[in-house]
Design a protein around this ligand. Structure first.
Ligand SMILES: *[C@@H]1O[C@H](CO)[C@@H](O)[C@H](O)[C@H]1NC(C)=O
Ligand SMILES: *[C@@H]1O[C@H](CO)[C@@H](O)[C@H](O)[C@H]1NC(C)=O
Ligand SMILES: *[C@@H]1O[C@H](CO)[C@@H](O)[C@H](O)[C@H]1NC(C)=O
Ligand SMILES: *[C@@H]1O[C@H](CO)[C@@H](O)[C@H](O)[C@H]1NC(C)=O
Length: 452
């Protein structure tokens, strides 16, 4: 054997045994030492999809079943008025037809939006799985409704567009008898976790190798009940996605905002200040619901400007934005959602360099002028300006020091040429916006500062 080869084998052996010895333990102390896979922080924007049997009534919200069963009057009336006596929620499943569902079309829409990842509800609190799970007999998209493996189709199409594919998964299931039995036992028994949840999550990771596992429905029981640390140790040490996957923080009572690869804390979390830990703002374009609602009003949808305000504040403070849309039961992404996504994509084509791969700067928003958020990337500073300044003149205080050198150049992204600016009293910078930049957007403009 040539000695070089011996050396190489030795190195491989040492490397393997080193990897072996750095296994994560099933404790938060150990799991929390895992470095965040780089792709996630760089991506900044994802699309969240809430799709399931709740998309059939598409009334109220994706909590339809629960709200109906606790006798919330609008839901009780809706069912009484529109369905025969004795109608059950399970009967909605056959109308989850998905006949227009074309995964490639969806993936093209997502790509066009400028998002870098997609997160689909593999199973919401109703327990219906969008894949043919061995652990969800007859209550899955292959046995009833679409009669297709939705996760398989969408994961392939999304990856073809070079986007990362992630899965949302609800730990609890409102009406699963096994869960309700554990709950009656004050969670001293773990039959539901051992026989349903853990096997099901392993099945998901082994079959579909998601880049994100977005856990939810954790809040009634502890992480001990859910065996969260044991499961995550397997995810980080031995699963097929151990080096690439990221998980959120919803793994049991008191765990959100404390543990996980990134924090989601609460729905629509958007602290407005710089956070130490990577976080995500999971919000929904329909302000009222995550699932599709036929009874939504136009004013219930965020405008493109409102979405850009949210994006700027989120990314400047170190967060990712996970923007939700609810597809219809027949597999359509409603034109109102397409419109918002397309607008965002158009804006990002011009201004994406201030967003993707950016890092938070010394200041998050300007200390003088509201509606201006900063990011940094390589040797540039970006100011995302969420309005067109009065008389074309913008005053910024936070960049005064940066502009102490007269060599600093300021441009509007998408517009040729340097802007005229002056430092006033060493206190703030006065920047003249060129008229022709106004046509670049109806919503927000980005200034790029390059110093010497
Ligand atoms: C809802 O109403 C039904 C019928 O009156 C009743 O049997 C059930 O206990 C009620 N459920 C709740 C959670 O109040
Ligand atoms: C799905 O959409 C793609 C891309 O728009 C198109 O090329 C393809 O023909 C469609 N497939 C079906 C079955 O309609
Ligand atoms: C900057 O953002 C913080 C937190 O969102 C807010 O309290 C503050 O008023 C903002 N500053 C200006 C000048 O708008
Ligand atoms: C920048 O300032 C320096 C020193 O204050 C001065 O010598 C130089 O001429 C200035 N350059 C420009 C382009 O104004």
């Amino acid at each position: 054997m040539p000695s070089n080869l011996v050396l190489l084998l030795f190195c491989v052996f040492v490397r393997l045994s080193f990897t072996e010895s750095t296994k994560y333990l099933p404790t938060w102390d150990s799991l929390d030492t895992r470095p965040l896979p780089k792709w996630y922080d760089e991506a900044k924007i994802g699309i969240f999809l809430h799709w399931g049997v709740f998309s059939v009534p598409s009334f109220g919200s994706e909590w339809f079943w629960q709200d109906w069963k606790v006798n919330s009057s609008s839901y009780v009336d809706y069912v009484e008025d529109n369905y025969p006596p004795g109608f059950t929620y399970q009967e909605f499943a056959k109308d989850f037809t998905a006949e227009f569902f074309n995964a490639s079309e969806w993936a093209e829409i997502f790509k066009e939006s400028g998002a870098k990842y997609v997160v689909l509800t593999s199973k919401h609190h109703e327990g219906f799985t969008l894949w043919p799970s061995r652990y969800s007999y007859s209550w899955n998209a292959k046995d009833i409704g679409p009669r297709r493996d939705i996760i398989d189709e969408l994961s392939i199409a999304v990856r073809k567009e070079n986007l990362e594919f992630g899965l949302y998964h609800s730990l609890y299931e409102w009406f699963n008898p096994m869960y309700l039995s554990d709950k009656r036992n004050k969670f001293h028994t773990q039959e539901f976790v051992s026989k349903k949840i853990l096997p099901e999550m392993r099945e998901l990771l082994l079959n579909y190798e998601p880049s994100i596992l977005w856990s939810d429905g954790d809040w009634e029981a502890s992480d001990t009940y859910w065996k969260s640390t044991e499961f995550l140790a397997w995810v980080y040490n031995d699963s097929p996605v151990k080096d690439h996957i990221v998980v959120n923080d919803r793994w049991g009572i008191d765990i959100p905002c404390k543990h996980g690869d990134f924090f989601t804390c609460s729905d629509r979390y958007n602290p407005g200040t710089l956070q130490k830990k990577k976080w995500e703002n999971a919000m929904t374009i329909d302000k009222v619901s995550w699932g599709f609602r036929r009874n939504a009003k136009l004013s219930d949808y965020f405008t493109t400007h409102e979405l850009l305000v949210t994006l700027a504040g989120t990314v400047s403070c170190g967060g990712n934005l996970l923007m939700n849309i609810g597809p219809t039961k027949d597999g359509i992404i409603a034109p109102i959602f397409q419109d918002r996504l397309r607008d965002l994509g158009k804006w990002l084509k011009i201004n994406g360099e201030a967003i993707y791969k950016s890092t938070p700067w010394t200041h998050q928003n300007d200390t003088l002028t509201p509606g201006v958020w900063y990011t940094a990337r390589e040797n540039a500073i970006y100011a995302i300006v969420l309005f067109w300044p009065e008389d074309n003149v913008l005053k910024l205080e936070s960049v005064a020091q940066l502009c102490a050198s007269n060599e600093t150049s300021i441009r509007v992204l998408g517009n040729e040429g340097k802007l005229k600016w002056s430092l006033i009293d060493d206190e703030y910078v006065q920047i003249k916006f060129p008229d022709k930049a106004k046509t670049l957007s109806e919503n927000a403009w980005v200034l790029k500062f390059v110093g010497t």
